[in-house]
Design a protein around this ligand. Structure first.
Ligand code: ADP
Length: 461
């Protein structure tokens, strides 16, 4: 069975996030346990204040204090085994129980006149401080405060308005603390939440798109800067090539040894290769930036292809590829001559490179509506798995050590074919050569109409 690296990565990421969560939770629950123990100790330490409030010792308040401290200790033990959801319920129950026990203490130490009574309003604040990310506990405590306070005031025969004022005070305090606690919880959850797998994927896509855009921009600038010195270099090389044979024949003192001639030829070849690569880079930037402009005119495609084939004659001889040309005469169409030249050049160049040592057949035929150009070689061929991706940018299928190249030619070719309203297809299998067929509309109506309508709308605007 095939493994899925993406899925494995996501599950590793999730388990890492879970481990991190557990360690954060562990630290938080230890801190919470320490605070709760401190509360239990304080509850017991303040037992003498009951004697002071009552003016005598009474077992009632002391028992309530023991019960309260005991319930806190039991809660700490229960929390050790509880799952996060269970722990929240236990803590909410503790905050309600604590409020009720505090109310009982207030009742037993003087009710409405007990010094403890008016502090009861501080309970939601204390719960909010001890359990800052548990707004449910604040609400539970607030309700208990309202009930206990009303019961104590009712038992003291206070007026309805006094009870109502009490309830209002409890509601206001509880609401404020609830708001603070809920905000704190929301912020904490946002901070501790592991990044969502989709967010991570989207961030990666954004980063790689930005990297691709930066690369394209760099390529465009580099190609532009390299073009000027290289053009002048090529002109000089061509001038040397043109003058060499005449001078050597005319004057023996100007004789250039064959090894030097070979070197000059090699320099010329490499300079032309570099120039081709720079042209490709410029085309890439034009195509990706949507700046490709077409010069449409009626041309004879057969004549154009014959011209390109003639240009390739020395290269074909060097690659030991007999070139066969089958042309319908003439094949006229409304096309961009420069771009069509580029398409034919790329396809024949590839056929000679990947089909060296075997014949290359080129055919042009036309009917009423379309022109069909086929370039067929008998070289290394392309496996079915690679036949789609080689039309993408920088994609290559051949052995890098044996065949040099940038992986741009077919992408540029297919983009140009698309721009001319046509399509390119490939038939090939490994070892059996490759046959590329370009089908172009004789008259790219969609393009012309698009331009006309563009011009019309510009005129109207
Ligand atoms: P380059 O030739 O610079 O690598 P291309 O975009 O022209 O770039 O071609 C992309 C890839 O397609 C090549 O690397 C090669 O693997 C494959 N390819 C193109 N044309 C042929 C062909 N005629 N025969 C075999 N493979 C080819």
């Amino acid at each position: 069975m095939g493994s899925q690296p993406g899925a494995v990565r996501t599950s590793q990421h999730e388990s890492r996030a879970r481990r991190a969560d557990r360690s954060v939770d562990g630290t938080a629950s230890k801190a919470r346990a320490r605070i709760l123990i401190a509360c239990a100790i304080l509850i017991l330490m303040f037992a003498p204040s009951d004697v002071h409030a009552l003016g005598r010792f009474s077992w009632g308040p002391l028992l309530v204090r023991f019960e309260w401290a005991g319930s806190i200790m039991v809660t700490i033990l229960a929390l050790r085994r509880a799952e996060p959801h269970g722990a929240r319920i236990i803590l909410i129950a503790l905050s309600v129980l604590s409020t009720a026990l505090y109310g009982a203490l207030a009742f037993l130490t003087g009710g409405a006149v007990s010094p403890m009574f008016h502090w009861i309003l501080a309970l939601p604040i204390i719960v909010g401080l001890v359990l800052p990310d548990l707004p449910g506990a604040v609400v539970g405590c607030g309700f208990a405060v309202m009930l206990c306070g009303s019961a104590i005031l009712g038992a003291a025969n206070e007026s309805f308005w006094t009870v109502l004022r009490w309830v209002m005070q409890a509601v206001v305090v509880t609401s404020l603390v609830f708001y603070a606690s809920a905000t704190y919880r929301r912020l904490r959850m946002r901070e501790s939440r592991p990044p969502d797998a989709h967010e991570v994927a989207a961030a990666r896509v954004r980063a790689s798109e930005a990297a691709v855009a930066a690369r394209d921009e760099f390529l465009a600038v580099a190609a532009h800067e390299l073009r000027t010195p290289l053009t002048s270099m090529l002109l000089h090389i061509e001038a040397i090539e043109r003058t060499l044979p005449a001078e050597t024949a005319a004057d023996e003192t100007m004789h250039v040894p064959p090894t030097e001639q070979k070197r000059i030829a090699a320099v010329a070849r490499q300079a032309r290769r570099l120039s081709g690569l720079i042209d490709s880079m410029l085309d890439v930037s034009k195509l990706t930036g949507g700046h490709l402009s077409l010069e449409l005119a009626e041309i004879d495609v057969a004549a154009l292809v014959r011209e390109v084939v003639q240009r390739f004659t020395p290269d074909a001889a060097a690659a030991a590829c007999p070139l066969t040309l089958r042309l319908d005469q003439p094949v006229k169409g409304v096309l961009d001559a420069t771009r069509l030249d580029q398409i034919v050049t790329n396809l024949i160049g590839n056929a000679l490179k990947y089909g060296a040592g075997a014949p290359v057949e080129i055919a042009v035929e036309g009917d009423e509506t379309v022109i069909r150009l086929t370039v067929r070689d008998h070289g290394i061929g392309i496996s079915p798995a690679d036949q789609q991706r080689i039309f993408r940018r920088f994609e290559r299928a051949a052995d890098e050590r044996q065949y040099s190249g940038a992986g741009l030619g077919l992408w540029i070719t297919s983009e140009l074919v698309k721009a001319l309203g046509g399509r390119i297809t490939l038939h090939s299998s490994p070892g059996a050569g490759a046959s590329f067929t370009v089908v172009l509309p004789r008259r790219p109506t969609t393009l012309i109409e698009r331009r006309r309508s563009g011009a019309r709308s510009a005129g109207h605007g």
